[in-house]
Design a binder for this molecule. Structure first.
Ligand code: CMP
Length: 140
């Protein structure tokens, strides 16, 4: 198995409910190591840039307004098969479809307020990491 890096973002619904530690513990318990982490309150422009791939989707405005409505924790995670491992522990995008024991099934409120984001491919992981982090902010 390859050691990979992936990007994760704990969303405003979760930081608002003080779940940063609980969610990070689930990531760590799943075998992922946090090698970069910071708390950011993104503006609407950053949310629109970050989620540009979804610009034409009907949920784009709701998504970007929500993502700029409060603090998020952006993280770089490292581990064996980190991208798939992270997506497994996050659970399905829609919490109603997420498996028991996953982060979204445990904490998410809705498909928009779904507590966490994670990269879906190695290319997306690297571009999302470099959107939020400089090289010196990633250690490990
Ligand atoms: P995320 O993994 O951050 O990627 C895009 C986000 O859009 C997704 O999680 C959801 O929070 C949000 N979203 C809102 N509505 C939908 C929808 N109908 N289908 C997919 N994603 C949605």
């Amino acid at each position: 198995m390859a050691v990979e890096r992936t990007f994760s973002m704990i969303k405003p619904d979760a930081t608002h409910r003080n779940l940063t530690g609980a969610i990070t513990k689930m990531l760590e318990d799943a075998g992922l190591r946090v090698i970069g982490s910071k708390r950011v309150w993104m503006g609407l422009r950053d949310a629109e840039d970050f989620y540009a791939i979804h610009r034409e989707r009907p949920f784009f405005a709701e998504l970007t307004e929500f993502m700029s409505s409060g603090p998020t924790i952006v993280q770089v995670l490292k581990g064996e098969n980190a991208i798939a491992r992270n997506r497994y522990i996050m659970g399905a995008t829609n919490p109603a479809e997420a498996a028991k024991g996953t982060i979204r099934r445990t904490f998410a409120l809705s498909i928009t307020k779904n507590s966490i984001h994670g990269s879906d491919t190695p290319e997306t992981a690297e571009s999302e990491i470099s959107y939020w982090f400089s090289k010196t902010e990633i250690v490990g």
